[in-house]
Design a protein around this ligand. Structure first.
Ligand code: NAP
Length: 248
């Protein structure tokens, strides 16, 4: 029988904006209890308040995903306050674009620290409560550039490719505890992250998308909801592209 995520406890990183915000709102509307985590604690509070206004259950946490010790402490608190952790969505991400020869060391390190190490930090902290209950879902938001590479994004593409390796390794390690680990790879999604692109660059990307439009945060959130539901019970270690057919 199909079961949604009503009553499940979900942690979403980068939940204050863009794709993460939409995932929080969709999960909240589906009846999950939410820990909305974001480095911008005020943005997380706004999203948690919106979920509560709609009758849902949510708390906000200001947390930098790249801070290992802080993440372990916050997740211990989340498990106590929400009454467990069933679902983790590693969505927090940043870009610091530049051509390889000009890329600063700190821009490489920072992008790896947030996108890749941040996901490791949260998986490590959240999988313990999942192991206890013998049920869990981990969803890592990677990117199509982690599979295809992208000029000007050596740091970001490396981090996102690393997330795919992390997804597959964690899927193998955690399967025996009934925890699935999958990655969702968006293409070009209209969010604050992509809004600084000029129209000419936008047009080039759209021309390469068979569905001839940019994606929306809802396009990505719907796939995350599916992966968190019982409809995806037998899916683990996969990378699901949500890109309008950009990569085939
Ligand atoms: P976004 O609107 O910029 O949202 C990212 C969120 O993560 C922001 O709220 C940001 O906070 C937060 N964040 C940044 N650094 C953090 C940290 N150290 N700790 C905790 N939270 C942090 O971007 P988005 O487009 O929704 O991206 C969401 C995810 O999708 C990212 O992993 C991104 O790489 C991935 N993705 C996006 C696209 C796209 O086309 N948009 C395509 C493929 C993959 P601040 O706003 O305060 O920095």
């Amino acid at each position: 029988m199909f079961e949604g995520i009503s009553g499940k406890k979900a942690v979403v990183t980068g939940g204050g904006s863009g794709i993460g915000k939409e995932i929080c709102l969709r999960f909240g509307a589906a009846g999950a209890g939410l820990a909305v985590c974001d480095v911008d604690g005020d943005a997380a509070k706004v999203v948690a308040a919106e979920i509560k206004e709609q009758g849902g259950n949510a708390r906000a946490y200001g947390i930098d995903v790249s801070d290992y010790a802080a993440v372990q402490a916050v997740c211990t608190g989340i498990a106590e306050e929400l009454g467990g952790i069933d679902i983790l969505v590693n969505n927090a991400g940043i870009t610091r674009d530049g051509l390889l020869l000009r890329m600063k060391e700190e821009d490489f390190d920072q992008v790896i620290a947030v996108n890749l190490k941040g996901a490791f930090n949260f998986i490590k902290a959240c999988c313990r409560p999942m192991i206890k209950t013998r049920w869990g879902r981990v969803i890592n938001i990677t990117s199509v550039v982690g599979q295809m590479g992208n000029a000007g994004q050596a740091n970001y593409a490396s981090a996102k490719a690393g997330m795919i390796g992390l997804t597959k390794s964690a899927a193998k390690e955690l399967a025996s505890r009934n925890i699935t680990v999958n990655a969702v790879a968006p293409g070009f999604i209209a969010t604050p992250m992509t809004e600084e692109l000029d129209q000419a660059t936008r047009d080039v990307y759209i021309a390469a998308i068979p569905l001839r439009r940019t994606g929306t945060p809802a396009d990505v959130a719907g796939v995350c909801l599916f992966l968190a539901s019982s409809a995806a019970d037998y899916i683990t270690g996969q990378v699901i592209r949500v890109d309008g057919g950009m990569v085939m």
